[in-house]
Design a protein around this ligand. Sequence first.
Ligand code: SF4
Ligand code: SF4
Length: 310
Amino acid sequence: MSDENARGIVFDIKRYSIHDGPGIRTTFFLKGCPLSCWWCHNPEGISPFPIVIHHPRRCIGCGRCVTACPSGAWEWSDGRPVQNREKCTLTAACARACPSSAIEIAGKEMSVEEVLREARKDIPFFDESGGGVTFSGGEPFLQAEFLIANLKRLYREDIHIAVDTSGFCKEEDLLEAAGYTDLFLFDIKVIDPKKHEYYTGVSNLTILSNLRKLDEFLYTGQKGKINLRFPLIPGINDDHENITATADLAASMKSISGVNVLPYHSTGEGKYKNLEKKYKMRKVLPPDDEKVNETMKMFSERNIETIKGG
Ligand code: SF4
Ligand code: SF4
């Protein structure tokens, strides 16, 4: 399933990334995610539609957004502009009128050719560093047709491709993508299905089944590999039982190239404020070095290449 005329919604393009696969990479963040992980660093990517982000600290109080909005979605209250999201019709007039970049629209429609044009700008860096393009999100498979069309197009250009996924997607889309993908960055968050559902909004039964199918498919003749990504989050998934089960799962895989242990950090918290969303991780602190090292040891003891961070 894919069509080179497919268009998708991209909410960010990150250049010179060294955390989204090997070498220097250009990462396209596709909008929309069926999960809602408590610790998500990209809450602006969860809705499948473009959204308005307000950065109050950059606001100089000029009031231009209020007069520019044709839908009356911005009102003046207590000396500052306040947006009524229900009235917003996404004309982006407020963002265009704002002189201090205090209003931003997360989500822009792009074509496959536009993605390719952006990626081509960085080919010298890819060649120099062994890098390439990564598709992330959100959950990139939520826009499966657009994602796969991009994979096919970049594959023809011989650009190294990575896909960062939660694994919560249709099996047939995942396996079709596997024909064009060099590396899957596959998140494993919590092994217990009920706990997984509590913290992410969905059970992991589909995810674990997809991981098994992908692992088998790649083993039988495809070039791609899987890197598991384990976000280590105190009080949520850092218990011995969960880490052991995750390490055992990794050790049972045939197409694994390594594990990234990603210590939790709270840098996404400010985004929740700007989106007027509740951040549920307020009281959670990053894991200490001892815990991180102990976790990494559990993977490396099973002969799995283990890296701290992305
Ligand atoms: S246009 Fe921008 S700077 Fe001016 S009040 Fe609105 S958000 Fe603030
Ligand atoms: S899967 Fe990723 S993008 Fe989706 S909610 Fe979880 S952390 Fe955020």
